[in-house]
Design a protein around this ligand. Structure first.
Ligand code: ADQ
Length: 744
């Protein structure tokens, strides 16, 4: 509860207490005062009629009654009576209530008052309300000789008490209102003072040691405000919104994507030419963007039937049947592929950027091929553009040099370079003999994007360590001469909804179908792992975690099977071949340990699966375990979430993936810690349905909102903003030059 509200509540409680105390105190004081007043009046009334009362006491009852009637002329005295000392009623006015007999009154007085008292009073209740009876004695020697009883009307006393109570209640409400108002005003003033102070501090009033922090706060606040504004304006990101963004911010210009892997591969098979979709996170993310925006995707033509399917400009329209964009294929010779792809990219940069216990290998001849192939692709890109300021998306570590090469040919181009894998710290980057070339190459881009802020920070530190440039930390930009390169985090995602799901059976059907197909018991609990066969994915550790689960949780023996889909990848590299063999060995070892006549704990499917088939496995599983040892993002985790429209299934996710920052409702584990991982697997298998639903629902909400259209849209909007600024400053420069020439 806010402090002001707490204060106000306390104040109101205090006021209420004060009102109650004041009410009782005031009532008591007024009562005492009225009682004393009545006594005084009685005495005065009786003493003024004393002579007449004494004269007629026993002798003339009619005159005595008259005298009593005279006394009742006082408007507050309702009746009067004269009693003898024996308790006999001698005379009484008409209105005197006969139930108050002289004998009972004198008896009560004898009981309650001291013998010397010359007056006494009591307040009996009558059906018509309260009255006060006062007994006053007249006469000499014996106190009880002559008693005059007066009946006083005290109804006005109750009226007064009611009025007092009402006034106090009104006063309480008025005071409460005032207190609330005062608190509100005080709180607002305090808030304004605080925000003014903060604003002053942010404007530079703060001491110097806080400046970097303040800069960060300012940048963050600006970013959040503009994000919020943009998001509020556009709603959820979708292909339509992305198209609209392209038209609105970039005049509908088409996009040129440069990526090593092509999204549709034409392969020669026994049944003719087939179109395959590679197992690649980059393709999974980028392909929906191209379908939404159209343009050209420049890639290595790697399929056995690729050459047969292109036109004379090496282009082919895709996807088959839809044909919304074009692939421009670039052909590589064996040496080029060996040096650029297997060599420098995958034996050098891949292990350099992943902390996964693999040593990078750098060969000068590989790097030479890398340079040449980057130039070849950069040239192909420049051939595909249709203006001198196109929008070009350069993808991944295969093309670190291409942005600079393209910039040299198209100085006005908007180039966005996205690095799909982690960027390590400056010390580690420093071990690459061509680190300067890599960094300089990337700085040819207008925007360099990474999945996380940490990777951005590492990149900026690397620039700081190895390059001649100015770092504008306020806007996270690198300034070289008149050019700026923004360095920004853009966490990648998947399309939403995933179009492949239209071809996939429901979760219930997939559950039955997959188990039957693999010869598993229909009620076996199923875990699934889906990866390219890569040592960074932690497949070995994953299988060991299953072994640990069966060792420590005997209830799952014979009841839990883990299916590993592993698409062969980079098989020409020794490290990957060894991994292939090792995974086989580990799976066989675990199966030998726990298998029975009709039970297998590990099912290893070491083939490529088309996306619809991958999604069927996601839907059939009770859990998905993503155990990467280091991963930029990992889209498998997000795909599993997208597949589960039944809101069932549990995601167990390595803390070393970018996705662990987004999918916080997954069970997050350290994949090296087998005990912890096996505990998480057991927790997943034991998890009640409603908890599964709650977690899955929340993750689905996140992925649907932070989808790949948002990823692309934000990069394009940032690039457009930079482009607008550059055009503006270009125009200003031209004007300045014109003015100078005109003056000279
Ligand atoms: P990848 O290393 O390829 O991506 P990931 O993001 O998990 O890793 O994507 C893998 C893709 O391949 C998924 O779409 C998955 O469905 C598919 N796939 C995996 N195994 C398959 C199989 N056996 N058969 C068919 N398809 C399979 C790189 C980075 C990641 C980053 C992405 C996107 O390493 O960190 O998330 O780029 O930026």
């Amino acid at each position: 509860m806010p402090r002001a509200a707490r204060f106000l509540l306390l104040l109101l409680a205090g006021l209420a207490l004060l009102t109650v105390v004041a009410y009782f105190a005031l009532t008591k004081v007024t009562r005492d005062w009225f009682e004393r007043d009545i006594e005084l009046r009685s005495r005065l009334a009786v003493s003024s009629a004393r002579q007449s009362l004494e004269n007629n006491w026993r002798t003339d009852r009619a005159r005595l009654t008259e005298t009593l009637t005279d006394i009742t002329r006082d408007e507050r005295i309702m009746g009067a009576a004269a009693c003898s000392r024996e308790g006999e009623l001698l005379a009484a006015t008409e209105a005197y209530p006969r139930e108050f007999t002289c004998s009972s009154l004198l008896a009560s007085m004898r009981r309650d008052a001291p013998a010397s008292a010359d007056s006494w009073s009591t307040t009996p209740e009558l059906p018509s309300g309260s009255v006060r009876l006062s007994v006053t004695f007249i006469g000499g020697e014996s106190q009880l000789r002559r008693a005059v009883v007066l009946v006083h009307d005290v109804s006005y006393l109750s009226r007064r008490e009611r009025t007092t109570r009402n006034i106090l209640i009104i006063a309480f409400f008025v005071l409460s209102l005032c207190a609330a108002l005062v608190t509100l005003i005080a709180a607002r003033l305090a808030w304004r003072r605080w925000t003014n102070e903060l604003r002053k501090a942010l404007k530079g009033g703060a001491s110097i040691e806080f400046l970097p922090l303040l800069r960060d706060v300012r940048t963050l606040a600006r970013q959040l405000a503009s994000d919020r504004e943009r998001e509020a304006r556009g709603g959820l990101w979708s292909p339509e919104r992305l198209r609209a963004t392209l038209t609105q911010y970039l005049d509908g210009e088409r996009i040129v994507v440069l990526a090593n892997r092509e999204p549709h591969i034409h392969e020669r098979t026994a049944d003719g030419i087939a179109v395959l979709h590679p197992a690649s996170g980059l393709v999974t993310a980028l392909e929906p963007i191209m379908r939404a925006c159209s343009g050209v995707w420049v890639a290595h033509g790697s399929g056995s039937a690729d050459r047969e399917t292109v036109d004379k400009h090496d282009r082919v329209r895709v996807p088959p049947g839809e044909e919304s964009y074009m692939i421009r294929r670039v052909w590589l010779g064996e040496d080029e592929e060996r040096g650029y792809y297997y060599g420098f990219s995958n034996e050098g940069l891949w292990p350099l950027c992943h902390v996964a216990d693999a040593r990078p290998t750098f060969r000068a001849e590989d790097f030479a091929q890398y340079v040449e192939v980057n130039r070849k692709f950069a040239n192909a890109v420049c051939e595909e553009v249709d203006s001198d300021d196109p929008i070009i998306l350069v993808q991944d570590y295969h093309f670190a040099l291409a942005p600079k090469m393209i910039r040299e040919r198209l100085p006005r181009a908007t180039i966005i370079a996205f690095w799909h894998i982690p960027w390590p710290n400056a010390e580690r980057i420093g071990i690459c003999p061509w680190r300067d070339e890599l960094i300089a190459g990337l700085l040819g881009a207008s925007v360099v994007g990474f999945h996380t802020q940490q990777h951005c920070n590492n990149f900026i530190d690397s620039v700081d360590a190895f390059m001649e440039s100015r770092i504008d930390r306020e806007s996270n930009a690198i300034v070289q001469g008149a050019r700026r390169t923004l360095v920004r985090p853009y966490p990648i995602s998947i399309e939403w909804p995933v179009h492949w799901l239209e071809q996939v059976p429901s979760a219930a059907d997939a559950h039955v179908g997959v188990r039957a197909e693999l010869g598993l018991s229909p009620d076996v609990l199923l875990g699934v792992g889906i990866d390219r066969l890569d040592y960074t994915k932690g497949i070995e550790e994953r299988l060991f975690a299953v072994d640990e689960l069966l060792t420590r949780y005997p209830e799952f023996r014979g009841k839990f099977t883990f299916i590993q889909l592993a698409a062969p990848s980079r098989t020409k590299i020794e490290r990957y071949r060894k991994l292939n063999e090792r995974i086989d060995e580990v799976a066989a070892q675990i199966n030998a340990k726990w298998s029975t006549a009709n039970y297998r704990p590990i099912v290893l499917l070491r083939t490529h699966h088309e996306p619809a088939s991958v999604f069927r496995y996601y839907r059939a599983a009770d859990l998905c375990y993503v155990s990467s040892l280091h991963d930029g993002m990992n889209l498998v985790a997000k795909e599993f979430v997208a597949a589960r429209d039944d809101e069932r299934g549990v995601l167990v996710l390595s803390q070393f993936t970018g996705a662990a920052r987004d999918l916080t409702e997954a069970l997050i584990v350290n994949p090296y810690d087998l005990r912890q991982a096996s505990d998480a697997l057991a927790a997943a298998l034991h998890m009640p349905i409603d908890q599964q639903r709650e977690r899955m629902r929340s993750m689905r909400r996140f992925v649907s909102e932070f989808n790949v259209y948002r990823w692309a849209g934000r990069m394009l909007v940032d690039a457009a903003e930079l482009r607008r600024k550059e055009r503006m400053s270009g125009r200003l420069d031209a004007m300045a030059r014109f003015t100078r020439t005109g003056n000279s």
